[in-house]
Ligand binder design. Structure first.
Ligand SMILES: Nc1ncnc2c1ncn2[C@@H]1O[C@H](COP(=O)(O)OP(=O)(O)OP(=O)(O)O)[C@@H](O)[C@H]1O
Ligand SMILES: [Mg+2]
Length: 221
């Protein structure tokens, strides 16, 4: 761990792999533990947050990034992701971990490598440069939920259609499968080349995935 303050956990993976489901389950499980063990490590506040978004300005950035309305150039997109992350670090991740709380974040830097560098073919060195200058607190644990591309996209599309949100949020879900194959490779590349990163098989029932996530967490708590 980088310092003794708080814990920062991130969950990444392609659209529909189960990030939102699993971050919610994780937060609920840790909150329940804290009720059972007053005064213990788990007594810290559990902060569930996301990127892009998670701050007031971040919600504006998120709308720009995930809506299909704006037709943003890929480099513009990358710069907004970095701006969003900077804002999120300063307003949420750093203050909450400084208070020794547990921050659980739905998507982080790994997604930017996967989508913008591997998916959109932008310059990885530029992202490295921007990261070094905008991120002060890296995760203590980064989890990738790895799922077959066709399963994940089918899940994501179904969810968006069910919620009538395809128009506002469906930008990536409408990309060809080949794009997601590159994105998935990007996640696997990141895991191979960065410490504190684990891959969990997400092609299984919700509770099996959750159990593996809890096991990883118990290693660092
Ligand atoms: N292990 C699982 N087995 C079957 N269905 C699942 C599983 N995990 C999640 N789902 C379903 O797949 C859909 C997408 O899940 P979820 O919203 O958690 O994914 P996500 O990774 O957050 O997607 P996005 O990147 O689009 O936000 C939901 O309808 C969810 O109920
Ligand atoms: Mg989600």
């Amino acid at each position: 761990m980088q310092n003794n303050k708080g814990i920062f956990i991130t969950i990444d993976g392609i659209d529909g792999c189960g990030k939102s489901t699993q971050t919610r389950k994780l937060a609920a499980n840790l909150r329940e533990r804290s009720l059972q063990k007053p005064g213990g490590v788990e007594q810290r506040k559990i902060v569930l947050t996301k990127e892009p978004g998670g701050t007031k300005a971040g919600n504006v950035f998120r709308d720009l990034l995930i809506s299909s309305e704006y037709d943003l150039d890929p480099l513009t997109e990358l710069l907004i992701y970095c701006a969003d992350r900077r804002e999120h670090q300063n307003k949420i991740v750093i203050p909450e971990t400084d208070r020794e709380n547990i921050v659980i974040c739905d998507r982080f830097l790994m997604s930017t490598y996967a989508y913008q560098i591997f998916g959109r073919n932008l310059d990885g060195e530029m992202l490295g440069y921007l990261t070094a200058r905008t991120i002060n607190r890296m995760p203590d644990l980064s989890i990738i939920i790895d799922v077959d591309v066709d399963t994940a996209i089918a899940r994501a599309r179904k969810r968006l259609e069910r919620d009538f949100r395809m128009h506002q949020e469906g930008k990536f879900e409408q990309m060809p499968l080949e794009f997601f194959e590159r994105v998935r490779k990007g996640f696997l590349w990141y895991a191979e080349n960065h410490k504190d990163t684990v891959i969990i098989d997400g092609n299984r029932p919700f509770n099996d995935v959750h159990k593996d996530i809890m096991q990883q967490l118990d290693r660092i708590l």
